[in-house]
Design a protein around this ligand. Structure first.
Ligand SMILES: [Zn+2]
Length: 445
């Protein structure tokens, strides 16, 4: 009965929605947390917005035909064969984009100005952390992010794999997830370190050392469901808490060898020049943060096909937590340096992913990274490319995400206006579609 009601509601909305104005006021699906029915495999829907960004270019004359869960055609209307019985939906003033891809999330963390990272790992039960992650997954999807690369549960073990399974089975709404599970750290390097040293504290990641140790840990995480391997190549364990390298080049090479022989990518956290140099030598796939970057290192990354995920929004948010009033106070030195670093990266031609380290800041506010990328000097259309086709290519998921293209899953987001004119339009969501199912942003509230 409930399913029938949803289906009727969906059909009514499809019939009535003829403009952006009408659409924003109409709920597409009922209550939060209840999954809409899967689309009928035989149903065709033609989407006619003002513009279609296909993941690479903006097109003024395109339409998109959705068949069940996949994109059946995309291009100028004259070149598309529209089957009889197709439902046509016009969206005046709107832009259709591929479902956005978050490159760096932590669904099991929430903003540090609410609860510090230490206290989240030490004092929140696993049940609470999973409950929060369920909410965060919904917020992510309804912010237009139909896929997220989740880079470590930070003490919540392999629960990202369970969360992903619940989403894939339709138990809860959320994005497609690429899971890192626990992440790998050198023994002694990572937190929490709040407790007295003679007490055994919960760990924020998996400790492993030596060629045998890292081999076993990579294989263990793969066995538990990791889609990729996340490694901390440096951390704040240097003298007086400075950032310093952790793993040796040999250990990193072994991690890459073991992970890549299973077809999995290696993603590294790096905040130092030496950590970054070792990661590049080991041949990892992406470098997160990259605060130790130099023009030479960015050039080396480009030469080896290693992408940079700069996580500008994390620094932006953390600086605000420590009292900086964005837009009022002058930019602190640390953020100014990050801005200069980002410009160096842009000039080098290294591939730049979009990923904000969301979790450090509020889930659903993922677009902050896109706004910061534009603010720091990237063109809006290049930011859109980063968040769609570039991320899909770098993460090895281009066969199912990142573009509006024939036979790719119908993961899309419709926004008001033109985000190439103003990137913040990606926040003005009319609806999100994942696997051919509409989700209305009101479900986030
Ligand atoms: Zn992170």
């Amino acid at each position: 009965m409930r399913n029938r009601l949803f289906f009727l509601a969906a059909v009514l909305v499809l019939i009535h929605v003829r403009s952006v104005q009408a659409q924003t006021a109409d709920p597409i699906h009922g209550r939060p947390g209840v999954q809409p029915p899967a689309p009928a495999d035989t149903a065709y829907t033609l989407l006619r917005p003002d513009r279609v960004f296909d993941g690479e270019q903006m097109h003024d004359d395109w339409v998109v035909l959705v068949h069940g869960r996949t994109i059946a055609a995309a291009g100028p209307v004259a070149r598309i064969n529209i089957p009889a019985g197709t439902t046509t939906l016009d969206f005046k003033g709107a832009t259709l984009l591929p479902g956005l891809i978050e490159g760096h999330s932590h669904l099991f963390l929430h903003p540090y100005n609410e609860v510090s990272w230490n206290d989240q790992v030490l004092k929140e039960s696993r049940a609470e952390r999973v409950a929060r992650a369920v909410v965060h997954a919904r917020q992510t999807l309804l912010a237009g992010f139909t896929t997220t690369r989740d880079l470590g549960t930070e003490g919540a073990m392999y629960d990202d794999v369970g969360l992903k399974q619940a989403i894939d089975k339709g138990v809860i709404p959320g994005p497609h997830i690429l899971c890192a599970t626990r992440a790998i750290v050198a023994t002694g390097s990572y937190g929490p370190k709040e407790l007295a040293y003679d007490l055994e504290s919960p760990h924020g990641a998996a400790e492993a050392d030596g060629l045998e140790g890292v081999t076993r840990e990579v294989r263990t995480q793969i066995g538990k469901g990791a889609d990729l391997i996340k490694v901390y190549v440096d951390y704040r364990w240097g003298v007086n808490g400075s950032s310093a390298p952790t793993f040796t080049v040999e250990e990193l090479k072994k991690i890459v060898e073991v992970a890549s022989s299973s077809g999995r990518e290696v993603v590294v956290h790096s905040g130092t020049t030496e950590g970054m140099r070792r990661a590049i030598e080991a041949g990892v796939n992406t470098i997160e943060h990259g605060d130790g970057g130099t023009p030479e290192l960015f050039a080396a990354m480009k030469a080896k096909g290693i992408a940079l995920c700069p996580t500008l929004a994390a620094g932006d948010a953390i600086t605000q937590y420590s009292g900086w009033r964005k837009g009022i106070d002058p930019e602190p030195l640390r953020l100014h340096q990050k801005r200069e670093l980002f410009k160096q990266a842009l000039a080098s031609g290294v591939t730049i992913c979009m990923g904000g380290d969301v979790g450090v800041f509020t889930h659903g506010n993922n677009a902050l990274e896109m706004e910061d990328m534009v603010d720091y000097g990237m063109k809006p259309i290049d930011v859109l490319r980063s968040a769609t086709s570039v991320n899909a290519d770098v993460f090895g998921i281009a066969n199912r995400a990142g573009r509006i293209r024939y036979k790719i899953a119908a993961d899309m987001v419709l926004v008001e206006g033109d985000p190439t004119a103003n990137i913040s339009q990606v926040r003005k969501i009319i609806w999100v579609m994942k696997d051919g199912v509409f989700y209305h942003p009101d479900l986030a509230r």
